[in-house]
Design a protein around this ligand. Structure first.
Ligand code: BES
Ligand code: ZN
Length: 618
């Protein structure tokens, strides 16, 4: 493991050669970035000691963040803070002055704390406020068991600064210890070493001994149980969820083994998943040691568990080797999708892996179409300065990133590519990589030695998809298309043709309805397959999308759509459905539902949907 040492931070090495003083400039350790006020080349945090009390009545977290810091005689250290009430600051235990800079809508405020030449630690006494965006406080009614309140945090991309004052850049790496005080009937878990049962006094202590980026600090509090799957994997959830989660994710240990065989040891000791209430805004979030997951992934048949493979893969691509800035986000997600699909292939075979890849390929096509007037947004390397990093967090990073890596694999062969990736993770473990750093590594470790020319520049810096893309083929999907077209030609449904179809085949079937499909066709299909009442969330979502765009109202589908949108806060699902309303010129209907559902959503989903529906105007 690489430690942050003063040596790395030295900008200018000065030494005497006889009379002559020579200055050698070294590259600064941290690159410039636009989503943090911190100046880590001047003064940087290395360890956090967090001591907080969580009050569910007032919905406020109060506490102290103490940081160990490193600097070369700096006079101040700059942190990020957004919507926090900063009460007082200390340097090495003594009161010191602080100043909050002007407020920026995206970034919040710079928190400048005065230090002296030899300051080793700073302390910040603070409180969260009602505006704190990372936190979602849930009433008992919004949980699975309906008895106790719940709280979870979401740090990525730049929300950690809304619940902890911190140098909130992915380039920063810190270890942390935390003491968290919660109501006695609840249990707290973090992205750290975790308890397996409740304590009597409601006080929990945590340790994260590997250095992680601030966006990966996470906390969840609720009436939780734990159930182990193996000696290093298991699930947390509310009582009514934990057995279901345990059954759904029972292949988790096998996934870790497959991942290790592909790209090297799992470096974080434990891999657990917590199933959160349905308002969790993502499918999953790769918080180290404890992935946060939506309950919509529990389908009853393990059909959506590629999401777990995805979050597990982030233990290498993302958590171990981290994108240096949010402009390099594709390095986190593109590699992770590639790795996810390799894990799925190892466990369930090529056919399943290719179906998942093809669903992503179609997502990519839809995203490209959506950006037809903004081609710059379809580049892998983005320029998100003055933008919310969320604006770059779409299918391009995931699915174009994946296609680039798969094309590379097909070009150099799997053996060479796997050896390269394994080395890439090992060489860059516990550090950050820029897109340019990756290209240099690729050239000198894969392309150069094998004498291969490859249009890397075009893939990364130009819009759209280069011609030399790998073509992904699935015979099962071809068969699905045949079944769909034969139904459309004859309007006769031959149920035997769909026997044994997997979730991916159903999703492909529904997503590929032509624009000309009639409500009568939809009604016939619904009668035969009861899509309106699908218990699989992905199938339900793509069906609802079709029902909205094609004005299908049978079988009580309108009620189910509204119910789904009120219950589920997963941004990808919710925004797909609200987009469908807009596309069908039914923005007014969307707003009627959104007024009822908005208060159930986490701030990241609210921000996306407010913008999509122009909510502010109403
Ligand atoms: N790290 C992401 C979630 C994320 C991205 C949070 C950007 C905040 C900003 C996570 O690993 C992810 O990609 N989740 C996907 C699931 C996946 C299977 C593609 C999701 O939530 O849908
Ligand atoms: Zn991801």
């Amino acid at each position: 493991m690489k430690r942050q040492t003063l040596l790395y931070m030295v900008l200018i090495l000065t030494f005497n050669c006889a009379e002559e003083k020579k200055e050698i400039e070294m590259a600064p350790k941290y690159v410039e970035e636009s989503h943090s006020f911190a100046k880590p080349n001047d003064a940087v945090i290395t360890h956090l000691d967090l001591d907080i009390t969580v009050d569910f009545d007032t919905e406020v977290i109060t506490g102290i963040a103490i940081y160990s810091i490193e600097h070369l005689k700096a006079s101040e250290i700059i942190l990020d803070s957004k919507f926090l009430d900063i009460i007082s600051t200390e340097a090495d235990g003594k009161p010191t002055e602080f100043e909050l800079g002007p407020f920026n809508e995206q970034l919040g405020q710079a928190l400048r704390i005065k230090i002296s030449e030899d300051t080793k630690t700073i302390a910040i006494h603070y409180k969260t406020t009602a505006k704190t965006e990372a936190l979602q406080w849930l009433s008992p009614q919004q949980t699975a068991d309906k008895k106790h309140p719940f709280l979870f945090t979401q740090g990525q991309a730049i929300l950690t600064r809304t619940w902890i004052p911190i140098q909130d850049s992915p380039q920063i790496r810190i270890t942390y210890d935390a003491t968290v005080s919660v109501p006695k009937d609840l249990m707290a878990v973090m992205s750290a070493e975790n308890p397996k049962q409740k304590t009597v006094d409601g006080i929990y202590t945590f340790k994260m001994k590997q250095p992680i980026s601030p966006y990966l600090i996470a906390l969840a509090i609720g009436d939780l149980d734990y159930k182990a799957i193996s000696n290093r994997t298991g699930v947390y959830g509310e009582k009514s969820m934990v057995d279901k989660a345990h059954a759904e994710f029972s292949d988790m240990e096998k996934m870790v083994v497959a991942a290790e065989q592909l790209y090297g040891d799992y470096d974080w000791d434990q891999f657990d998943v917590i199933v959160l209430p349905p308002s969790f805004p993502f499918g999953g979030m790769e918080n180290p040691r404890l992935t946060f997951a939506t309950p919509t992934v529990i389908a009853g048949d393990k059909s959506l568990t590629s999401l777990i493979a995805h979050e597990l893969a982030h233990s290498w691509s993302g958590n171990l080797v981290t994108n240096a800035t949010w402009n390099d986000f594709w390095l986190n997600e593109g590699f992770t999708v590639y790795f996810e699909i390799r894990i799925m292939e190892a466990l369930y075979g090529k056919e399943r892996a290719n179906m998942i890849a093809l669903i992503g390929r179609q997502d990519l096509e839809d995203e490209l179409a959506g950006f037809k007037d903004e081609p710059d947004m379809t580049k892998l390397k983005l320029d998100l300065s003055n933008k919310n990093p969320d604006d770059g967090m779409n299918s391009i990073a995931y699915d174009k990133g994946y296609l680039f890596l798969r094309t590379l694999e097909d070009t150099v062969g799997r053996e060479a590519f796997d050896a390269f990736l394994k080395n890439y993770f090992k060489t860059n473990a516990f550090s950050t990589v820029t897109t340019e750093g990756f290209i240099a590594y690729l050239n000198s470790n894969l392309l150069g030695p094998n004498g291969i020319t490859f249009n890397t520049h075009e893939w990364i810096y130009e819009p759209g998809i280069p011609k030399n893309q790998s073509i992904i083929v699935s015979n099962k999907f071809k068969n699905v298309e045949k079944t769909l077209y034969s139904f459309l030609d004859t309007t006769a449904i031959d149920i035997s043709k769909t026997k044994g179809w997997t979730t991916q085949e159903w999703v492909h079937f529904i997503r590929n309805f032509p624009d000309t499909i009639t409500t009568n066709d939809l009604s016939q299909l619904d009668t035969a397959f009861n899509f309106t009442n699908a218990t699989n969330s992905h199938i339900a979502m793509v069906w609802f999308e079709q029902a909205i765009t094609h004005n299908y109202h049978g079988n009580g589908v309108d009620h189910n759509i509204e119910d789904f949108l009120i219950r589920v806060g997963r941004r990808w699902y919710v925004s797909t459905l609200f987009k469908a309303f807009k596309k069908a010129d039914k923005a007014d209907e969307a707003l009627v539902i959104y007024k009822k559902s908005r208060s159930n959503y986490h701030s990241v989903t609210v921000n996306t949907i407010d913008e999509l529906l122009g909510y502010e105007q109403y």
